[in-house]
Design a protein around this ligand. Sequence first.
Ligand code: GAR
Length: 217
Amino acid sequence: MTSVPNLLKPVEKGSDPVCFLGVLISGRGSNLQALLDAIVDGRVRARVAVVISNRADAPGLQRAAKAGIETLVLPHRDAPSRAAYDEMLVSALQSRGVTLVCLAGFMRLLGPRFCDAFPQAILNVHPSLLPAFPGVDAQRQALEAGVRVSGATVHFVTPALDAGPVIVQAAVPVHHDDTVASLSTRILSEEHRILPQAVQWVIEGRCHLENGRVVVR
Ligand code: GAR
C-alpha cells in the first residue's frame, strides 16, 4: 500500500500547518473559484501560493488577482520543448513552496518531468466519467455517444492524457434535449463540489493507492 505523502507544510511558528497549493489554469477559472471559496469557508485547509496560466488572456487570472493571489503567465509556446515547459512549471511551483498541484481546466499535457516532481500530488478535474471521453470537448463526446449518464472525475495525474487513479467521481443524467451548454452546466456544478472535496481528502492523507487504485479512508 502506498500512502500519499504528507503535504502539510509548517508556515510559521504558532500557526496551523497549511498545505501550499499551486493551481494551473487555461481559461475561465470557475474550478479555481470553487477552490478559493472552499478555502475561505474552511472546507479546504490550504493556501493557494500561485495561479499559473499558459494563456495570458485566461479570465481565471482575474479571479486569482481579486483574491490577492500571485499570478504567473507561462506561455507554453515560449518553451523549446514539452520537457522544457515542464521544467519551467516545476521551478515556478517549487520556488513558491507548492506541495500539491491542481489542474483546474489546464489544457496542456504534462510529461514525466512534471509528474515525477510532485508524486501523487497532482490532481486534475475532468468533465466526464473517465476513462470515458478524455481530451477536449468531453461533454460533446458524451452527447454524440448517446450515453444516458455522464459526470465529472477528479484523479491523480500521470503523463497520459486525462488518465491516472480516480479519487472521486460524480454522475449526472444526460437528458434527451441536452445541448453541450446545458450538459456542461450540470457537470460543472459537480466539478465545483468534488474538486475541493478531493483536495481536502489528499491534504488529510486519506487517499491511499492499493494496486494502482485510490482507496479513501
Ligand atoms: C472544466 O470543465 C474542466 O473539467 C475542464 O475544463 C473546464 C475548465 O473550466 N478540463 C478538462 O477538460 C481537462 N481535460 P473552468 O476554467 O471554469 O474551471
